[in-house]
Unconditional design. Structure first.
Length: 205
């Protein structure tokens, strides 16, 4: 009788332990699933575009702060010298996918002794010399992100508007005086206005 009781107790103990093990397995799966949904530590993002945040060709680091908020900074090359950028985004859904809205500041270093060929007041096209002054801009933009592949990589499109905070954009330092058409052409090249950008984000865990 004692042996039977001991055997039953042992079987109950084993069954209880097995049941606990079985109930814990879904939790592990749940934890693994939740972990896979977490955003990476940062995204490395090469991008390009018109008035793009990091210029014609640039790279930025996008750091998730919460499931819906990230901060970003980067640098690149533009038609107005080197370009620096800092800003933030708010995503409409967690996981840093789908639609996001953001804003920030950009800074173009300008170019000294820039020598383009432009129309002059004498209706001739000549090489002139300009100093392109540094420009600081503020911008607002909408972003659309899509997941790419099984990992945390993304592609995105950006559409926004940039406004210059700086004053005089450039001065002519040599050559015949440029025409109004040429002046307008240089103002179009200056940072500001419509933003159209696209890029690819590598997720780093």
């Amino acid at each position: 009788m004692k042996q039977l009781t001991a055997t039953l107790l042992a079987l109950l103990f084993c069954a209880h332990s097995f049941a606990q093990d079985g109930s814990e397995k879904p939790n592990y799966k749940k934890e693994k699933r939740e972990s896979s949904n977490r955003p990476p530590v940062l995204y490395i993002t090469p991008s390009t575009g018109i008035n793009n945040n990091t210029g014609l060709v640039g790279v930025s680091l996008d750091v998730p702060v919460t499931q819906k908020v990230s901060i970003e900074g980067g640098a690149g090359l533009s038609t107005w010298g080197d370009k620096l950028y800092i800003g933030g985004k708010y995503f409409l859904q967690p996981g840093h996918r789908g639609w996001a809205f953001g804003g920030g500041l950009t800074y173009n270093t300008g170019i000294s002794n820039y020598q383009p060929t432009l129309e002059t007041i004498y209706n001739t096209n000549e090489v002139v010399q300009l100093d392109l002054h540094p420009q600081t801009n503020v911008f607002l933009a909408a972003y659309r992100y899509w997941k790419l592949g099984r990992r945390a990589n993304r592609i995105y499109l950006e559409l926004g508007w940039s406004v210059a905070l700086s004053g005089n954009r450039f001065d002519q330092t040599a050559g015949d005086q440029i025409s109004d058409n040429a002046n307008n052409e240089m103002n179009l090249l200056a940072p500001g206005g419509l933003i159209v950008g696209c890029g690819f984000s590598f997720g780093v865990h």
